[in-house]
Design a binder for this molecule. Sequence first.
Ligand code: FE
Ligand code: FE
Ligand code: ZN
Length: 289
Amino acid sequence: MKNNFKIGSHVSISGGLIGAAREAASYNADTFMIYTGAPQNTRRSPIEKLKIEEGHKFMKEHNLSDIVVHAPYIINLASYKEDTYELAVSFLKKEIERTTAIGSDYIVLHPGAYTDKTAEYGIQRIADGLNMVLLPETRPFICLETMAGKGTEIGRSFEELAMIIDKVDLREKIGVCFDTCHTHDSGYDIINNFDNVMEEFDSIIGLDRLKVFHINGSLNIRGAKKDRHANIGADDSNPKGKDMIGFDAIYNIVHSKYAENKILILETPWLDKNTNLYKEEIAMLRGER
Ligand code: FE
Ligand code: FE
Ligand code: ZN
């Protein structure tokens, strides 16, 4: 079956871009997402070591395209702490350079957490940071991710993302990454009312901003604000737990008009350190089961 979306998963960059592409091919993917190093820290190997040319050659031969880069979690553009904020801005700048060098057009970014301040404060701070890093020649879209609303995370509503975008001067460079686990956890009814949710997205943010989907199940009920991913359609026999969104709802999202020509990335759990279900999940969601 030929689908009009591209689907893949998060893969490891430890073997360079060529290693990432090989891993994606082993899942039969069309695309993939990488962190440029460990998501929790800022240690990064130099661009020359990432085997980018070899990676692109392999990608071409295996019909892989549209690499997505995920910025590390430690970037908190909403922070009021000067050192945290400066690190976030400078690291994001370098991450844009790395993403450009890798040949990717999309950086997914968690907007930030306002900690001891207010959402309004955080929103302004994030927009200021984006205004510092974005240049007219910036190539990748910065895709703000819809968040679950854990703690003081900003981006738990479409309104919050729209408020950030509104304050960015070069907002043509801003995209959105729609995470199914996060929107469900933050309270949107993507199980029964996905079309309404997307109409709301369109009226508040605009569908033209939508670039990437993170396709995940959730271990929790709608509105739980937890952010714990489940395997797609997992039942009680899955060691990582049951998916409360369910296969049918996710399949419906993936095959909806909203996912047409979009990049879909799985961030579902690994069963153990050697086993994931990416290949099976990709095949199931394509309708190859
Ligand atoms: Fe994310
Ligand atoms: Fe995500
Ligand atoms: Zn998540």
